[in-house]
Design a protein around this ligand. Structure first.
Ligand code: GDP
Length: 325
């Protein structure tokens, strides 16, 4: 049997690392682009070796490089996860965000078309595309993005659909609602709160500065969401799917769960910082993932309260393993 080859752009991020681990378990040869060697590669090299995991330097602003990579790797499946993915940062760097997150997707689609590959393509679409659209949001909800990041993701969503319709490519959009884990970047609100709660408990800090506590998100567990990405590329027909838990919680709720898990009251440790506010924010998203359940057989198992606990436990574990942290 021939070994399937996957290319993951942005393998160094939270989702890239979980997806790479899933595909390696399934027997794939996994290629990833990153701008630096991700932590999980070092962990895996220490444990099992990395003979089926190959890293490439790659940047989404360079179309010629993308063509070269595709010709070299000849992947069966491409998972396009690389982006400037922080919403707050996108207000400071709107052009850069448009170039990587928006145009980067069409560069990659065009590179696939130019190389004549028949690979399958996954686009990491986002609930940020819904923005101000009233919840619950599903595959047919009209988009109303509220940030340069959301605007760029809408462009990439339509580029993916257009290449499917125009050229018959097997190209899909996974519209993933917020998904978190101990591997989430430290400036996203869930990770920031989980880290702070653990450090408060350990006596290393007393407060954490946050912005909008009333925003509601549909937070799921990233390790489960990458499985949905893989499922989307194994179907007979390409299609778009919302991936979500179907429940929403406020930032305040999430903080309450994290601190309460350690026997602490979040109100004693949270301070307001207006610099964390955004020029326009997403107030309330909650996804309706019934299509993914019906067609892919996928359903979220971990909801926000459990996610908060597992993230806090991971932070405590990390603190305990670093003497004097
Ligand atoms: P997003 O949904 O992709 O923007 O994910 P984030 O984790 O960055 O933000 C989720 C929500 O938390 C947004 O509504 C933010 O305005 C809100 N929030 C409140 N305080 C903070 C903070 O200190 N950092 C971040 N990143 N978000 C915050």
């Amino acid at each position: 049997m021939t070994v399937k080859k996957a290319l993951i752009t942005g393998i160094g991020g939270q989702d890239g690392s979980y997806l790479a681990e899933l595909l390696l378990e399934k027997g794939y040869e996994v290629h990833g682009t990153a701008r630096r060697v991700p932590d999980f590669v070092h962990r895996r090299a220490n444990r099992h070796g990395t003979d089926r995991l190959i890293l490439h330097y790659g940047d989404l602003t360079n179309g010629t490089r993308l063509v070269g990579l595709l010709e070299e790797i000849q992947p069966d499946e491409v998972y396009h996860l690389a982006a400037q993915s922080h919403v707050r940062v996108s207000f400071d760097e709107p052009e850069f965000t448009g170039n990587t997150t928006g145009l980067g997707t069409i560069r990659l689609l065009e590179a696939i078309r130019n190389t004549g590959l028949t690979c399958r393509f996954y686009q990491a679409s986002s609930s940020e595309m819904f923005g101000a659209a009233p919840p619950p949001q599903h595959e047919n909800t009209p988009f109303h993005p509220r940030s340069p990041y959301g605007v760029a993701k809408v462009y990439a969503y339509w580029a993916t659909r257009n290449y499917r319709e125009a050229y018959g490519m097997y190209a899909v959009n996974g519209i993933l609602f917020n998904h978190e884990s101990p591997r989430r970047g430290p400036t996203f609100v869930t990770r920031k709160i989980a880290t702070a709660a653990a450090r408060v408990k350990a006596g290393l800090q007393d407060t954490v500065h946050l912005g909008n506590l009333d925003a509601r998100r549909d937070w799921g567990y990233a390790a489960e969401y990458v499985h949905a990405m893989w499922l989307m590329l194994q179907q007979d027909q390409p299609d778009d799917y919302v991936i979500a838990t179907g429940t929403s919680h406020s930032v305040r709720d999430f903080a309450e769960h994290c601190f309460a898990h350690l026997g602490l009251d979040y109100r004693d440790h949270i301070r307001f910082d207006e610099r964390q506010l955004r020029p326009s924010d997403v107030d309330h998203v909650v996804g309706d993932a019934s299509k993914a359940h019906r067609v892919l057989g996928w359903k979220a198992a971990t909801h926000a309260p459990e996610l908060a606990r597992l993230m806090v436990d991971a932070e405590l574990g990390a603190l305990n393993s670093v003497p004097g942290a």
